[in-house]
Design a protein around this ligand. Structure first.
Ligand code: MG
Length: 203
């Protein structure tokens, strides 16, 4: 399986990192070794001194697709979850400065904790889903999918133009404003609406 992640998909987050508002979706990938399931702890890596959380709605794909038309793209995912796109912000800044790929900053082991997934038909409107991240009981990020720059359909269509999507692939759909650092000992709790979906510690 593959993990895709969309960068800069909420205007307020693009602004907070001083990035331009993109004209088309931009994505990067993480390997399956990035996944953490079942609320297992995340172990703070020794190669970064500035590890950031980014809470994101995650789509699980259920169909093989190549160059999927946006009109039909909603048929290609059937489940929704929430995850953290852990980012070594210090390494990412170096990558950006040097124009090198982002893998060391974004794709390292454990950089993608994900919740269980729920059927998308449990949501009245997937374009109006509230989600949030609490750290140690304090809300640090809140988002709503109505504020996406590029819809789920647009993102699926765009990715599949370049890379065949397969059953079980995941798409991290982007983070709203409020990203920041985590420290060893922090407890991260991610909610969709008021449902606690993800709950783990940084060790
Ligand atoms: Mg992200």
């Amino acid at each position: 399986m593959k993990i895709f992640a969309i960068g800069r998909n909420y205007i307020d987050h693009a602004k907070e990192l001083n990035n331009a508002i993109p004209l088309e979706p931009m994505f990067f990938m993480k390997p399956d070794t990035a996944l953490i399931h079942n609320n297992r702890p995340f172990f703070y890596p020794d190669f970064t001194a500035e590890l950031h959380y980014e809470v994101e709605i995650v789509l699980k794909l259920n169909k093989v697709g190549k160059s999927v038309d946006e009109k039909f793209a909603s048929r290609y995912y059937n489940e929704i979850g929430i995850g953290i796109d852990f980012t070594a912000r210090d390494l990412q800044a170096k990558c950006k400065q040097n124009g090198t790929p982002w893998e060391i900053a974004k794709a390292f082991d454990g950089s993608a904790p994900v919740s269980n997934f729920v059927p998308k038909n449990q949501f009245i409107d997937v374009n109006n889903i509230n989600f949030r991240l609490d750290i140690n009981g304090v809300t640090v990020q809140t988002g709503n999918t109505k504020d996406l720059i590029f819809s789920f359909e647009k993102v699926i269509s765009h990715i599949s133009r370049y890379i065949t999507i397969k059953i079980g692939d995941l798409i991290f759909t982007g983070t709203p404003a409020g990203v920041g650092e985590v420290k060893i000992g922090d407890r991260l709790q991610a909610y969709i609406e008021n449902e606690l979906m993800l709950d783990f510690y940084v060790r």
